[in-house]
Design a protein around this ligand. Structure first.
Ligand code: SF4
Length: 300
């Protein structure tokens, strides 16, 4: 039995030539033929390089793992009890369907009330998140849950104002926070995440002081993986601006030979990488203190 995935996926727009006969060990066609244009991941990455790591088409998808894990949530059953009741009096006329209440409160003073115990994971600067934000934010506010604004929102905002390396205004962040606040009725809250670049730009301080945010989240890694975030940038001017705002942009958009190659059409997209946070207990605690002094009531 193998958990190795075959070397082709709709996520990387690749497939095997001999789809019915594939070596499970390598994921290659059982006969790798001289002259194949290289449709599988091995073949495509031989001529497109690291680009094949990136799920496609960029900007309109979210990608999931195809791995068939040996254990998943379907192997568990949540069993109730046939004796008594929780959260309500054990009386057949009182423990009725409509009395179900799963409200809860979180935070160190239990000051964040939730109608249902959910936290929406961080959705950051990606187009998919931005385009769907009204539904996400308004839905979260109506449901009374925690909405998390993910990383890079301010720095990726072309209309953001930055002075002395610090964010002073970001219309995109204003929109994301404001939509939730407009629909909020006492339940839930907005949490603003920060990665290395956000922290350097003072995104959380801006969100606390200018947008009335009470909760912030310190982040390192990417979706519980030890990698940084990456997006594709189709414009030279934007790639240069993102480099100025502190990101790692590859290839270097200020290098004259790179500019020339881009303008000639030799490549069409820059990569914007965010850095990996290096967490240590002392610096982590120091940052928590800074955020509390800046006015954060809750630090996740
Ligand atoms: S390069 Fe080889 S393994 Fe890949 S699709 Fe072609 S024949 Fe199959």
């Amino acid at each position: 039995m193998t958990y190795t995935r075959l070397n082709r996926s709709a996520a990387t727009l690749t497939k095997n030539r001999t789809e019915g006969s594939i070596s499970p060990f390598s994921g290659m066609c059982v006969t790798c033929v001289d002259g194949c244009i290289g449709m599988c991941e091995i073949g495509k990455s031989a001529y497109r390089g690291a680009e094949v790591l990136y799920p496609q088409p960029f900007g309109i998808i979210t990608a999931a793992s195809e791995k068939d894990y040996p254990v998943d949530l379907s192997h568990f059953s949540i069993m109730g009890t046939a004796v008594g009741a929780y959260g309500v009096e054990a009386d057949s006329d009182k423990a009725t369907f409509e009395k179900v209440n799963i409200e809860t409160a979180v935070g160190r003073d239990k000051g964040i009330k939730l109608r249902v115990p959910f936290v929406l994971g961080g959705m950051g600067s990606t187009n998919v998140a931005k385009q769907n934000w009204p539904g996400l934010a308004i839905g979260a506010a109506i449901c009374g849950v925690i909405l998390t604004v993910g990383e890079n929102v301010c720095a990726m905002d072309e209309d953001a104002e930055i002075k002395n390396g610090r964010i002073v205004r970001s219309p995109d962040m204003e929109m994301r926070v404001g939509l939730f606040q407009k629909w909020q009725d006492g339940y839930g809250t907005v949490v603003v995440q920060a990665n290395v670049e956000d922290t350097r730009l003072g995104v959380q301080e801006y969100a606390i002081n200018k947008l009335g945010i009470q909760a912030v989240e310190l982040k390192w890694g990417q979706g519980a993986k030890d990698i940084g975030g990456e997006v594709k940038i189709k414009s030279l001017a934007k790639a240069q601006e993102l480099k100025r705002r502190g990101y790692i942009v590859l290839p270097d958009p200020e290098d004259p030979s790179v500019i020339q190659a881009f303008e000639k059409g030799s490549f069409k997209e820059f990569e914007r990488h965010s850095r990996l946070g290096m967490v240590e207990e002392e610096s982590f605690m120091r940052r928590v203190e800074e955020l509390r002094k800046a006015g954060a009531k809750y630090v996740f």
